[in-house]
Design a protein. Structure first.
Length: 116
């Protein structure tokens, strides 16, 4: 997995289709966020066709409930807005649902996945 992830991040950070923010305390990474930008044909729910896929949201347990995740989320959403995304999607963990719903995300029961 490590070589594949390194290759992905190297390519997509270079071409601007992946952004990431880190929260750092001294020399320690205490929070992360990331967003991949993809483009689909435009549709009524997203006329630009540009979608942000939110990922890599994590806050060190010792630093939770201090607004770190909210700040990281604000920054990647601003990046998505700047990129021209019409929507942002995430598959949220049970722990993250409150953060996302408080931020204005809504559940979409239509999400389905087919693994190859």
């Amino acid at each position: 997995m490590v070589p594949a992830l390194k290759g992905y991040y190297t390519r997509h950070m270079a071409d601007g289709t992946f952004v990431s923010w880190l929260a750092i305390d001294k020399e320690n990474i205490i929070g992360t966020s990331g967003m991949s930008f993809v483009e689909k044909p435009p549709y009524f729910g997203c006329p630009s066709g540009k979608i942000g896929l939110l990922s890599s949201m994590f806050t060190d347990p010792e630093y939770r409930r201090r607004g770190i995740a909210k700040e990281l989320l604000s920054r990647v959403i601003a990046d998505a807005r700047e990129y021209g995304c019409g929507t942002i999607q995430i598959t949220a963990s049970d722990m993250g649902v409150k953060l996302y719903t408080d931020f204005g995300f809504v559940h979409n029961d239509n999400f389905m996945q087919y693994k190859l």
